[in-house]
Design a protein around this ligand. Structure first.
Ligand code: ADP
Length: 548
């Protein structure tokens, strides 16, 4: 008969993170730039007390275990309190992306059946407009104090966050319950069809928080000052609010102020050492820093992911500013971290150029998830860095199904079920480094061969006159599809179509070079900062490639 372990056992609950931070890093600061315009600072101990008061307030409003608490909010301390106050008291924190179309927001709120909606004042007009459609919402809470409450609002009984919190005494103990209970919901951005909800559990969130903090992942410690640029409304700011409590680091929350100047100032005044965000944010920050001849004095490392980080951006951050770039890949359906590009000791023996190429890939899985590339028949492909196929994942923080869907999205690998198809096309090399070549729907299919839109964009972005570039498939009578490059030039830069195309010579196989270049003033982005390929394809669907 098996001998059972004889260790203390307690459920892996999100409340344990903030309890730990309050007790062991109580004075460590959480600094927030408020929507109201000023800076707010307090410690993890204060955050935990206010999260407990908030849990009491939710109970007083009649919230019951499992009820969904919707948020439309920036990165800030009140949002952090809602994360812990809701999940910690067995409610479900449902962060909504305010950059989605209003109809999508209403659809998501109704799908999740939110009981309460907490929102930053920025979103008052949006919430007023949507309120009549949000049938399940019983309470609307403005995340501000009495002095900043709107004088009047079309929302009847609009509640004031600070009043709710201040009315409670904090005499509340975080409850114990099953670690598999839902802790939070985040919806995919629904680039195809309606958005779908990923329901995280306390257990999955805690395991992800541990893994995310590891040296080969974000490498977070109590010595760090962490500024998540990645929003708390998108996949829990990549888990930083949880890993931050786990390691007890200082957190700096930028609120709605995400332009280059505001971010730079906050990085400097708060001595930020580590940050994380999608490539588009760094475009803005780097532009500002460069234009003003500035340097970072404390900023040392950043995780960049959400879409492929152009090697040129990586190089600028590393060589001009001394900031280590950790390229990462993940998705809403996996909480989100899957892989990060941190070199192994074997790779450190390779020539510098090969090391650089490895760093540009999306990297190695962290313990807790596994991955494979498979052909269309579900057979695993070799890890040779060349065979590209459908990227499949599984693990402790990967969804088994979508919220409210009865059908399983999972597929089999070599006949063994239980893998989540990511919709990405990738290779894995002998070092276990994965490289995304494309999203399956964005790949350009030319005469039966695939051209990676990411490869083309990376080359274009390395041109000094290019601010941003997107490669899309354009219909072609002979080849089915051919690449069309859409380019935004840097302000005042000179660049012709011919110069852009010549830049590809010698950097990629000739047949992969785009057939045409169009210059635009702006490239559309999704609510999560990715290039909106679908819209671009729509916009250029009647574009005639030369010679067609
Ligand atoms: P959505 O944009 O649909 O909300 P997510 O934010 O969950 O989805 O994004 C997940 C997708 O983003 C991945 O499946 C992949 O296509 C893309 N992605 C994420 N990180 C990277 C990366 N480092 N390089 C390339 N693509 C990435």
């Amino acid at each position: 008969m098996a001998l059972m372990g004889q260790m203390m056992a307690s459920p892996l609950l999100i409340s344990s993170l903030i309890k730990h931070a309050a007790r062991h890093s109580g004075e460590t600061e959480i600094v927030s730039k408020r929507v109201e315009g000023d800076i707010h600072r307090y410690g993890w101990r204060d955050a935990e007390l206010r999260a407990r008061k908030l849990a009491q307030a939710f109970a007083r409003l009649g919230c019951r275990p499992g009820d969904r608490i919707g948020t439309l909010a920036w990165n800030g301390y009140r949002h952090l309190e809602i994360y812990y106050g809701s999940s910690g008291s067995e409610l479900v924190c449902h962060t909504i992306n305010p950059r989605l179309f209003p109809e999508q927001i209403a659809w998501i709120g109704n799908d999740a059946q939110d009981s309460v909606l907490c929102f930053d004042l920025t979103f008052l007009p949006l919430v007023e407009r949507l309120a009549p459609q949000l049938k399940s919402v019983r309470h609307f809470i403005a995340m501000t104090d009495r002095a900043h409450m709107p004088a009047e609002s079309s929302i009847a009984n609009l509640l004031c966050y600070e009043e709710l919190v201040e009315a409670e005494d904090g005499n509340y103990a975080w409850p114990d319950f099953d670690e598999n209970t839902a802790s939070s919901i985040c919806y995919t951005s629904g680039t195809t069809g309606n958005p779908k909800g990923a329901v995280y559990s306390h257990r999955s969130t805690l395991l992800h928080a541990f893994a995310a903090a590891l040296p080969d992942a974000m490498d977070c410690s109590a010595r760090d000052v962490v500024l998540p640029v990645v929003p708390m409304f998108h996949v829990n700011a990549w888990g930083i609010p949880y890993s931050g409590a786990l390691v007890g680091c200082k957190l700096v929350m930028p609120g709605p102020y995400l332009d280059g100047k505001s971010l730079y100032e906050l990085f400097e005044t708060e001595k930020v050492s580590f940050s994380a965000g999608v490539p588009t944010v760094w475009l803005g920050l780097l532009n500002y820093v460069k234009a003003n001849g500035l340097k970072f004095s404390t900023f040392k490392r950043t995780v960049i992911g959400g879409s492929a980080c152009p090697p040129a951006m990586m190089k600028t951050l590393q060589e001009d500013y001394g900031v280590e770039v950790i390229h990462a890949w993940g998705m809403t359906e996996m909480s989100p971290l899957g892989t990060l590009a941190k070199l192994t000791s074997r790779q450190l023996e390779l020539p510098a150029e090969q090391q650089q190429r490895a760093l540009e890939k999306q990297g190695k899985v962290i313990y807790g998830v596994d991955m494979a590339v498979a052909d269309d028949e579900g057979r695993e492909l070799p890890w040779d860095g060349a065979s590209s196929g459908n990227l499949l994942v599984r693990g402790h923080w990967v969804i088994a199904r979508y919220f409210g869907h009865t059908d399983s999205p999972l597929v089999a690998l070599d006949g063994r079920p239980g893998w989540f198809p990511t919709g990405d096309v990738a290779t894995i090399d002998e070092y276990g480094f994965m490289q995304i070549t494309d999203r399956s729907k964005d790949v350009i299919k030319s005469g039966g061969e695939w051209i990676s839109s990411i490869d083309l964009e990376n080359i274009a972005m390395a041109h000094p006159a290019v601010f941003e570039a997107a490669a899309i498939a354009s219909p072609h009578p002979k080849w089915d599809e051919r690449p069309l490059l859409v380019v935004v030039k840097k302000p005042d830069a000179e660049l012709t179509r011919e110069q852009m195309l010549a830049f590809f010579d010698g950097r990629i196989a000739k047949w992969q070079i785009p057939d045409d270049v169009v210059f635009v003033t702006e490239i559309p982005h999704t609510a999560t900062g990715k290039i909106q390929k679908l819209r671009l394809r729509e916009q250029f669907k009647s574009h005639r490639l030369p010679g067609t």
